[in-house]
Design a protein around this ligand. Structure first.
Ligand code: FAD
Length: 468
C-alpha cells in the first residue's frame, strides 16, 4: 500500500476540482488532484460545449430556412446529420484536449488516477491504485451524473443521456425528450430544428425552469410550435421493440398517451455524485438524501475537514458557480490544513444567474417570481412582439420581466427574449451592485438595440412606483 500525505486532497478534476487544486496551491498548500474518469470536465466533454455546438448547428438550419423572410433565396435546405455530429465532436474534442493538456502540465506527483473513497475523517483510499492518502483537508468536487428514470431502464441503447447523446452517428428520425428543464428543452429545440420529430414530456407545466406565469405561457406556446409537448405527464411504461422505443404515459387529466420513437433522451436531472464516496466514514453530518450539510459560504462540511464545491454541492449547478466555489473551497481547505481557521473566508454569494440557450433564450437573475410576495414587488415588463430591433431581426417574440421592491431597488428578473444572455448579464451586474430602477434607467441605452427593452421595463417600474 502506497501511503501519501498532502495538505489538501481534491476529489474530481472537473471545473470545480481544477479551480480548487489551483487555489489551494496558490495559497501555499501541497495539493493532490484525484480523478476517476477520463477527465476533461463535464462542461467540455458532455455538457455546456457540445450542447451549444449542437444548438449552433440547429440555429444555422433555422436561419437558412427563414432567409426567405429577408428576400434571400436559399433553395432546398438539407441537414446532413452525420456531418452535424462530426463537427460537434471535432470542436468538442478540441475543448476536451485543451483541458487535458492543462492537467498534464500539472506536476505528476500532484495527480492520482482512480476512484477516491473515504476511510476516515482525514483519510481516503484511491481504488485500484493501492494508495491511501492522509489529508489535512479535502474538497469534494465530484460533479453530478444524469439520472435515468426507472421505467426507461429497459430501453437499452434506445435511451440516451447527455453522456451518450453526442456520440450517436446520425440524427434520429424521432426523439422523445423526457424532462423540459434547461438541458431537455435546449436539446429538444435543437433537434427539432435539425429536422428530428421531437416529443417532449414533463411532469410539470413550466419549461426551461421558468417561474413567471406570463413567461411560462409564452414559452409553452413558442416551443410547442416546434415540437409536440405533453406537459403534466409521467412515463409509466417503456419497452424496446426492434430498434424502437414504445412509451406510454399517464396525464394529470387522466387521458394519457403513447408513442413510438427511434430514441429517447432522459433529461430528468443530475443527482450529485456522492455514492461510492463512503461519506459515512467521514463524520460529516448528512441530510436525508445522504448529502453533507455544509456552510454555503465557506463550503466547509459539518463534522469533518471536508469542503464541497460545484455540482456535487447541488446548490447552483452551473459552470461559473462551480469555478467560484472551487476557488473558495481550495483556498479555505489550504487555510484549514494549516490550522488557520481564521484564514477561512466566507464570501457573500453572487447574485443568482441562470440561462437557457434556446431561441428565444431565457435568463433568470436574482430573486425569481414569487406569488406569495406579489404585494411587495413591482414588475416592469417589456414585450418583444413589437420591439424595434427584434422586428428588424425577425425575432419579435417573448418578454422581459424585471422585479423591484417598493423602494424601486431591483431584486430579480426573468426573461424569454432575443439576446437574453446579454440582458441577463447586465441585470445581474446591476442587481449585485444594489441598483434601483431609476439609477439603471439613467444610463445610455443605444438605439436600436435589444437593450432598449430594458429601458422600457425599467421605465414601467418607475411609473408604477409613482402611482404607489
Ligand atoms: C448538457 C449540459 C449542458 C450544460 N450547459 C451549461 C451551460 O450552458 N452553462 C452552465 O453554466 N452550465 C451548464 N451545464 C452545467 C455544467 O456543465 C456543470 O455545472 C459543471 O460542469 C459542473 O462542474 P463540476 O466541476 O462540479 O463537475 P464535473 O466537471 O463533472 O467534475 C467532476 C469530476 O469528478 C470526477 N469524480 C467523480 N467521483 C469521483 C471519485 N469518487 N473519485 C475521483 N473522481 C471522481 C468525475 O469523473 C469528474 O471528472 C450543463 C450541463 C450539461 C450536462
Amino acid at each position: 500500500l502506497r501511503e501519501l500525505r498532502c495538505d489538501v486532497a481534491v476529489i474530481g478534476a472537473g471545473t470545480a476540482g481544477l479551480a480548487a487544486y489551483r487555489s489551494a496551491r496558490e495559497a501555499g498548500a501541497q495539493a493532490l488532484l484525484i480523478e476517476a474518469g477520463p477527465g476533461g470536465t463535464t462542461c467540455a466533454r458532455v455538457g455546456c460545449m457540445p450542447s451549444k455546438l449542437l444548438i449552433t448547428a440547429a440555429q444555422a438550419a433555422h436561419d437558412a430556412r427563414r432567409a426567405g423572410e429577408f428576400g434571400v433565396a436559399t433553395g432546398f435546405i438539407r441537414v446532413d446529420g452525420p456531418a452535424v455530429l462530426r463537427r460537434v465532436r471535432r470542436e468538442r474534442d478540441r475543448f476536451v484536449s485543451s483541458v487535458l493538456s492543462e492537467v498534464e502540465n500539472l506536476p505528476q506527483d500532484d495527480r492520482v488516477a482512480g476512484h477516491a473513497r473515504f476511510v476516515a475523517p482525514a483519510s481516503l483510499i484511491v481504488e485500484g491504485r493501492d494508495t491511501r492518502v492522509a489529508f489535512g483537508a479535502a474538497v469534494i468536487a465530484t460533479g453530478s451524473s444524469p439520472a435515468i428514470p426507472k421505467p426507461l431502464a429497459g430501453l437499452g441503447d434506445r435511451v440516451l443521456t447527455t453522456d451518450t447523446l453526442f456520440e450517436i452517428e446520425d440524427l434520429p428520425r424521432s426523439l422523445a425528450v423526457i424532462g423540459g428543464g434547461p438541458v431537455g428543452i435546449e436539446i429538444a429545440q435543437a433537434m427539432a430544428r435539425l429536422g428530428v420529430a421531437v416529443t417532449l414530456l414533463d411532469g410539470g407545466h413550466a419549461l426551461a425552469g421558468l417561474t413567471d406565469p406570463d413567461l411560462v405561457a409564452q414559452a409553452n406556446a413558442l416551443f410547442g410550435a416546434e415540437m409536440t409537448l405533453h406537459l403534466g405527464t409521467k412515463v409509466e411504461r417503456a419497452e424496446r421493440v426492434g430498434d424502437e422505443a414504445h412509451l406510454a404515459w399517464a396525464a394529470e387529466e387522466g387521458n394519457g398517451g403513447s408513442g413510438v420513437f427511434e430514441r429517447v433522451l432522459a433529461a430528468t436531472g443530475r443527482p450529485p455524485n456522492l455514492q461510492g464516496l463512503d461519506l459515512e466514514e467521514t463524520g460529516l453530518s448528512l441530510d436525508g438524501k445522504g448529502s453533507p450539510r455544509f456552510d454555503p459560504r465557506t463550503l466547509l462540511g459539518e463534522g469533518a475537514p471536508i469542503f464541497i464545491a460545484g455540482d456535487a454541492a447541488a446548490s447552483r449547478p452551473v459552470l461559473h458557480e462551480a469555478a467560484r466555489q472551487g476557488r473558495i473551497a481550495g483556498r479555505n481547505a489550504a487555510a484549514y490544513a494549516r490550522s488557520e481557521r481564521q484564514g477561512i473566508t466566507a464570501p457573500a454569494p453572487w447574485v443568482n444567474l441562470a440561462m437557457v440557450f434556446t431561441d428565444p433564450g431565457t435568463a433568470a437573475v436574482g430573486e425569481s417570481y414569487d406569488p406569495e410576495r406579489a404585494d411587495e414587488r413591482i414588475v416592469g415588463a417589456a414585450d418583444f412582439s413589437n420591439q424595434g430591433r427584434a422586428r428588424i431581426m425577425d425575432r419579435a417574440a417573448g418578454a422581459l420581466r424585471i422585479y423591484a421592491d417598493r423602494a424601486g431597488r431591483l431584486t430579480g428578473a426573468e426573461m424569454l427574449c432575443p439576446d437574453a444572455e446579454h440582458l441577463g448579464h447586465l441585470l445581474a451586474f446591476a442587481i449585485q451592485e444594489g441598483m434601483s430602477a431609476d439609477i439603471l434607467r439613467d444610463r445610455p441605452f443605444y438605439h436600436p438595440t435589444i437593450e432598449k427593452a430594458l429601458g422600457t421595463a425599467l421605465g414601467r417600474i418607475m411609473e408604477a412606483r409613482a402611482e404607489l
